[in-house]
Design a binder for this molecule. Structure first.
Ligand SMILES: C[S@@+](CC[C@H](N)C(=O)[O-])C[C@H]1O[C@@H](n2cnc3c(N)ncnc32)[C@H](O)[C@@H]1O
Length: 360
């Protein structure tokens, strides 16, 4: 197996090229359901000169196309309403319903299970979306709400759909739907880590809180697995140490004597730190070349450090701009990426030539 490589193509096909139980750690962020179009669709048949090809972007508001957009979800249509061309697309995330998306994810993860070592871990990042109601993109704002920094965000046009249960304005709950489906398919669902983003996307909502978190699910194949908790310990706060080191027996005031136990058993000290908590506060970092959300390097770094040792192989089956591979390489791991879009592979390759990941 060739390592430190990006395999171009559909994840479902390319995973078949990897040997059984060869991967120690998977860190990935698949396309979220209904969030954005990664531009990999091709049209078959129809009229060569028809405008449908250039109308792929959903922020196209030209008059002619607008009427089609009003047919709702035109960008997901499998057929051009004007010339009858068929839209063929292997990308994930544009399924018509959450159920279809979940089904696809379960299928991908069956392949991942085959290539994952028995004691391997999967760190799956997923975000949620709302049903109905469209958020307009605002190209003048960056992810952290500042004025243009060169990174345009295509905001979620939340999905309109006819669904038995999910109503317009409902949170779809995609991350948990996927997590439970994977659990049902045999995965151990070990943890829901909250990725707290102190610089969330601005939202104009006034009847709920601004969303500032996503999930990272820790999934394993076996009950026992490789997890290096020491590699990601947190610094213990000075105030916590003082509290932990106090001698309760020598204190006056009301306390239950039987509970006095000398110095409380130190949960951590300044040198070793404390076990990593399940809320990770990490700023998003816009990257101007990629028109999609890229990992802030700290995120895959934590997953890779806890989930592998030097020399192990780390896989990201939705490689995008390659943050996982880049970080893995810096940490002395080997890596493999899978990516459908050839343009993103070029971006990833360019990034690998840079010393720093976020060069303006
Ligand atoms: C959220 S992005 C990943 C970003 C990445 N974590 C980074 O730091 O750059 C998801 C990626 O999945 C890719 N993708 C979508 N469908 C795919 C498929 N069927 N097979 C392989 N890659 C796919 C998209 O092209 C996109 O680059």
């Amino acid at each position: 197996m060739k390592l430190n490589r990006i395999l171009q193509g559909n994840v479902l096909d390319r995973l078949k090229d990897l040997p059984d139980r060869s991967i120690q750690c998977v860190v990935t962020s698949p396309p979220y359901w209904g969030l954005r179009d990664y531009g990999t669709a091709e049209w078959e048949g129809g009229d060569e000169d028809c405008k449908h090809k250039e109308k792929e972007l959903r922020n196209d508001t030209s008059e002619k196309w607008k009427s089609m957009e009003e047919t709702k979800g035109f960008q997901y249509k499998k057929e051009c309403p004007e010339c009858g061309a068929k839209r063929v697309d292997k990308q994930l995330g544009l399924e018509e319903t959450p159920e279809e998306y979940v089904e696809k994810m379960v299928e991908v993860f069956r392949h991942i299970k085959r290539v994952l070592k028995h004691d391997g871990t999967v760190w799956l990042n997923l975000g949620d979306s709302y049903c109905g109601g469209k958020r307009k993109s605002n190209p003048k704002q960056s992810m952290n709400g500042e004025k243009e920094t060169g990174h345009e965000i295509e905001y979620t046009p939340s999905r309109d759909m006819n669904h038995d249960i999910i109503k317009p304005k409902d949170l779809v709950g995609i991350p948990w739907r996927v997590a439970f489906a994977l659990q049902q398919d045999g995965w151990y669902l070990r943890q829901d880590i909250i990725w707290h983003k102190p610089n969330p996307m601005p939202e104009s909502v006034q009847d709920r809180c601004t969303k500032s978190h996503e999930y990272i699910f820790l999934l394993t194949k076996s009950a026992k697995y490789f997890y290096d908790n020491d590699a990601i310990r947190e610094r213990t706060k000075e105030s916590t140490l003082q509290r932990l080191n106090q001698n309760i027996n020598k204190q006056s005031g009301s306390y239950t004597p039987s509970k006095g136990n000398g110095n409380m058993k130190a949960v951590g000290d300044l040198e070793t730190g404390r076990n990593k908590r399940s809320v990770w506060k990490i700023n998003t970092q816009p990257y101007k070349e990629a028109h999609f959300a890229v990992f802030p390097p700290e995120l895959p770094e934590l997953c890779i450090k806890a989930g592998s040792s030097e020399g192990d192989i780390v896989l990201d089956p939705f490689f995008g701009s390659g943050t996982t591979g880049w970080v893995a390489q810096r940490l002395g791991r080997k890596w493999i990426g899978i990516e459908l879009n050839e343009e993103y592979i070029k971006i990833a390759e360019k990034r690998f030539q840079q010393r720093e990941l976020f060069v303006a």
